[in-house]
Write a protein that binds this ligand. Sequence first.
Ligand code: PMM
Length: 261
Amino acid sequence: MQIWGILNVTPDSFSDGGRFDDPQRAIEQGLALAADGAQVIDVGGESTRPGAEAVSEAQETARVVPVLEGLHAAGIEADLSIDTRHAAVADAALRAGASIVNDVSGASDPAMLATVVEHGAGLVLMHMQGTPGTMQAAPTYEDVTAEVAAYLESRAAAAVTAGVDGARLWIDPGIGFGKTLEHNLTLLRDLEGFVRLGRPVLLGASRKAFLGTLTGQSDPSLRLAGSLACALRGLESGVDAVRVHDVRETRDMIEVFTQIR
Ligand code: PMM
């Protein structure tokens, strides 16, 4: 199972907002995540937490490009991913050294799939109900697992039709994006169903709010244990990668569990 390290270059992400909004510090953090064992560094310039401030595409691009260029110039061994919903940002990021687009909106920008194809990039399609501003208001599903899986299959089919390389096309159930606590737990319980869809699966649960609900830890940086429980569940279910803040701890957990097994 791969580890994708999270590098948010935003002033307001829920867990690490403001820590890496200086490009030099962000580059150092990206290199540290890679040294700790991340195979992919996922760079994001727009916070998607509920109620986050809107940023223009120009601002988002200006945040991520120097960091991607710096990591690339430093000869980082990890692959670089750009976490964006905007094709113009993805295009600039792919020119700056990224090779994967991580799109929490399932490639909703009409130009996104063509941009990914033009660069021969990898693509993550994530499920979200609603938009970041409204998604946690009242998430509803008849059958969350079936609906999320059907959405991901239809978006993946559209991506393949557009010419995206099927071997580099990831799906992600989108823990916390338009989901109640019960929806998140159901999706985590049903991960094998996503693995059976036959595409690489990425799981992102690190430090998310539902872990605070379950443990009483309101400070995201104190949600490591809950995050590791989710990563272990991902490992057990056969997902291909976990997207995490705490790379070294996750790597150690995977190493120990793998040796036991
Ligand atoms: N979660 C966040 C941002 N981007 N991308 C994918 N593919 N999956 C996720 O679960 C996901 C994501 C929100 O978390 P952050 O603010 O810590 O980056």
